[in-house]
Design a protein around this ligand. Structure first.
Ligand SMILES: Cc1cc2nc3c(=O)[nH]c(=O)nc-3n(C[C@H](O)[C@H](O)[C@H](O)COP(=O)(O)O)c2cc1C
Length: 219
């Protein structure tokens, strides 16, 4: 798999990673970072710190820095998750760069995904919250099928997903509360009304054992 550079001061809207008064990296610093990591292949980025047009001044740096493709979430750092992802900007970026662009942001349904691909002519999609809320979304998007799978299939996918997450996080993080906290932060965006009761229960789990038992019972 291609190595990934995340330009975190531009890419991560989480407050824990970024103070609102933190200055943006100078474009030259970004170029140096891109060039220093010679194996860099992919840039995952927001469109700017406060200026949604900032991305356009960065494109030549990415092209000359040897980046292979760009994942674009068309919001600014200060915007965080507020408002809508502006895929009009994604469209312009696709038009203005020779780099393949992967469109990211607010794709929660097959219709959203197909519309963003059609509008932007992006080379592909990256899914975040939409895929956490609905792990079968990838499958339906690939098939171009908007139909919602049966509840039983969705429940099975959620069990598989949450059990896998719990298992993997136990290998990465230490201590019961940290592991549970990390797992819960991932599915905090899961807002499927059909599973609201189960998700509420999972959020209240105090131990890994309790969480794992609730996952098995999720139907
Ligand atoms: C649980 C979670 C963790 C994320 N972690 C990262 C991260 O480590 N680095 C990053 O650049 N973006 C991260 N993001 C942002 C996503 O990659 C994505 O750009 C953003 O959520 C917009 O896409 P969406 O509308 O499909 O969620 C994260 C998002 C979520 C929901």
């Amino acid at each position: 798999m291609a190595p990934v550079i995340t330009l975190y001061s531009l890419a991560a809207p989480e407050k824990s990673n970024l103070r609102a008064d933190q200055p943006i990296l100078a474009n030259e610093t970004i170029l140096l970072a891109v060039q220093a990591i010679v194996s860099a292949r992919l840039i995952n980025i927001l469109i700017g710190y406060s200026d949604p047009q900032q991305i356009f001044s960065l494109l030549p740096l990415f092209e000359s820095g040897g980046v292979d493709f760009l994942v674009l979430h068309p919001r600014t750092v200060l915007q965080e998750y507020k408002g809508l992802a502006d895929h009009g900007i994604t469209t312009r970026v696709v038009q203005e760069t020779g780099l393949p662009v992967i469109a990211n942001g607010d794709v929660r349904t097959v219709e959203d995904g197909l519309r963003v691909l059609e509008q932007t002519k992006a080379a592909g999609l990256m899914l975040g919250r939409g895929a956490i809320a609905d792990p079968l979304l990838f499958q339906r998007l690939r098939a171009g099928r908007p139909d919602q799978p049966e509840r039983a299939a969705r429940a099975a996918m959620l069990r598989h997903y949450l059990a896998g997450l719990l298992e993997r996080y136990q290998g990465i993080f230490c201590g019961e509360q940290q592991i549970l906290g990390k797992v819960k932060s991932v599915f905090a965006t899961m807002d499927d009304p059909d599973f609201a009761k189960q998700i509420k229960g999972l959020k209240k789990a105090r131990t890994i054992r309790q969480f794992a038992d609730l996952v098995v019972q999720l139907t």
